[in-house]
Design a protein around this ligand. Structure first.
Ligand code: MRU
Length: 343
């Protein structure tokens, strides 16, 4: 049975702890996940013993970001198969760990199809991981020209190396432009309530030496009104056939204010995040997470009622273009595109 090691974020990011910081490591047949809940204070990897542990890690956001949870689930399926476990049970636990990102079900289905064909599931998981890296690289290549000397970008949540397996998606053009020596600045939304921007994106950009400023989510509109933002790049958990983009809560508000202020709004998404079978964002299940995530980080009134939708839908009409591994696509072009590697 072939093994593989995919454990480098990449020279582009310049992450000082290099080999040890890629969020998903498959080494000598063991799956190790970087516990992202502990960042930026601690870099701790945890060995995963079975698919149910991986499903829990996905639910608890130890591993998060649409492509990363797909890759983690693929390795979990591979481990289950190798260890003689029940693939259907594993698939059920993984698929239901989080409902919104298309990559999770996509990866699980692809692994089940591989099993049906009688092929090696470890090889397939490694292949999914490698494809993910290649897609980030391609997104970076296509997106880097959007960043001009002096550009001021704004991003939301973390669609970076931690959410994927390489250069990230929204961050890939940034890493490539930075490597090419282009000076630019990034405003990072803190991204309430789990603070993926403050804890993860800012950490990544710091490690890479990319000039950035952390802002409260609510500051974005003001900065746009002041003419301080030239473009927005965000990631996606699912892009439906009509171009609706499901991404971290707050993305929709950002897209609306970007349109109002005439700021181009780009969605970076690998083709594995396209869900062309689903017509519109209204048909996507939006994950509601525990209210404690809302109250834990602030001095809230004890017992206050909470709502905690983790994602929202940005109408396709607000998206300037989709930054995919197959190039920059206009909203109307999505339906003609299919992932090159599917189930
Ligand atoms: O709840 P999270 O942290 O998994 O949400 C992540 C996002 O919304 C990202 O923008 C998205 O998954 C794209 S990651 C390349």
């Amino acid at each position: 049975m072939a093994g593989c090691t995919v454990n480098r974020i990449n020279d582009y990011t310049g992450l000082s702890i290099g080999n040890d910081t890629a969020p998903i490591r498959w080494q000598q047949g063991e799956l190790w996940l970087l516990d992202q809940r502990r960042l930026p204070d601690e870099v701790v990897f945890e060995k995963q013993n079975d698919a149910f542990e991986v499903a829990r890690a996905i639910r608890e956001l130890k591993v998060r970001g649409a492509p990363a949870i797909g890759v983690a689930a693929a390795y979990a399926m591979a481990m289950t198969w190798r260890d003689g476990g029940d693939l259907v049970d594993a698939a059920g636990a993984l698929r239901t760990a989080r409902p919104t990102a298309v990559n999770l079900g996509w990866a699980v289905d692809r692994m089940l199809c591989t099993h049906t064909r009688g092929e090696d599931l470890v090889d397939e998981a490694c292949e999914i991981h490698a494809e993910d890296r290649a897609m980030c690289e391609a997104i970076g290549r296509h997106g880097a020209p959007l960043i001009k000397p002096g550009s001021r970008l704004l991003t939301h949540c973390n669609a970076g190396a931690l959410a994927v397996s390489h250069l990230g998606t929204a961050t890939a053009p940034m890493y490539m432009a930075h490597r090419a020596g282009i000076p630019f600045h990034v405003y990072v939304d803190e991204t309430r309530p789990v603070l993926q921007g403050a804890r993860l994106t800012s950490w990544e950009l710091s490690e890479a030496g990319i000039d950035h400023t952390l802002i409260c989510d609510s500051a974005a509109a003001h900065l746009m009104a002041e003419g301080e933002v030239d473009l927005v790049i965000v990631g996606a958990d699912r892009v439906t056939a009509n171009g609706d983009t499901v991404n971290k809560i707050g993305t929709r508000a950002l897209a609306i204010v970007a349109r109002y202020h005439g700021v181009p709004f780009y969605v970076a998404c690998p083709t594995s995040t396209l869900d062309l079978e689903t017509r519109a964002g209204a048909d996507v299940v939006i994950e509601e997470r525990a209210g404690t995530e809302v109250t834990d980080t602030i001095p809230a009134v004890s017992g206050v009622k909470t709502r905690n939708p983790a994602f929202d839908v940005t109408p396709g009409e607000l998206v300037t273009a989709y930054l995919t591994d197959q190039g920059l696509l206009a909203p109307g072009e999505l339906e003609r595109r299919k992932p090159e590697h599917g189930t």
